[in-house]
Design a protein. Structure first.
Length: 211
């Protein structure tokens, strides 16, 4: 009898661990499953559902619904949703364009380590959008994103070092960050790197490298 109870216990434990797989879990692109889980209040599903509405994947493109679901996930502290909600406010997609709201949501995501939000927050500080212009803050956030291999942040950090904005002017540092960004295929970095080789700025002049 004891053995029978042990077998039943093992079966119940197995069902507990297997049931989520059998029920299906929300994955990017699985609209119906994500929709059901989003309605149950699951933050990751809400985020994915927002993405699918934004892209028009598995459903009609609808920026307002994208914002709705990003906001639900963002309010639960889901960093990627916070960052994307910032983009929607930044670009005026599904909402009235609002730099301060963009900064608010970028900041929440950036403080959780989201590289894209860190890079975007750097842009806001660099150009004084929704916040007072602050080159040092821009550099701070670019560095955080750049160290996570965000190509745009690496390029922007190169520009800040080249122009001495928020940091001491340093072409070697500019070259370093342009290289990192260029190696990821970021076109602006590749162009600026070519200019540095063409004119021999902190590197030996090399027309072939410039090309």
């Amino acid at each position: 009898m004891k053995r029978m109870y042990s077998v039943i216990t093992l079966l119940l434990i197995s069902m507990i661990y297997i049931s989520p797989i059998l029920a299906g879990e929300c994955k990017d692109g699985d609209f119906k499953v994500c929709q059901n889980e989003a309605r149950e209040g699951k933050a990751q599903a809400q985020y994915y559902l927002g993405d699918m509405y934004r892209r028009g994947q598995g459903t009609s493109q609808d920026y307002k619904k994208a914002v709705k679901w990003y906001k639900k996930a963002a309010q639960q502290g889901y960093a990627s949703a916070q960052g994307n909600l910032g983009i929607m406010y930044d670009d005026g997609l599904g909402v009235v364009q609002n730099d301060k709201q963009a900064v608010k949501w970028y900041s929440k995501a950036a403080n959780q380590g989201n590289a894209l939000a860190q890079s975007n927050l750097g842009v806001m500080y660099e150009h004084g959008l929704g916040v007072s212009q602050d080159y040092r803050q821009a550099v701070k956030w670019y560095e955080k994103a750049a160290n996570q291999d965000n190509a745009q942040a690496q390029y922007n950090l190169g520009v800040m070092h080249r122009d001495g904005l928020g940091v001491a002017q340093d072409n070697q540092q500019a070259l370093k960050w342009y290289n990192k960004s260029a190696n990821q295929g970021y076109a602006k970095a590749q162009y600026n790197l070519g200019v540095m080789y063409e004119h021999g700025v902190s590197v030996s002049q090399n027309y072939k490298q410039a090309l």
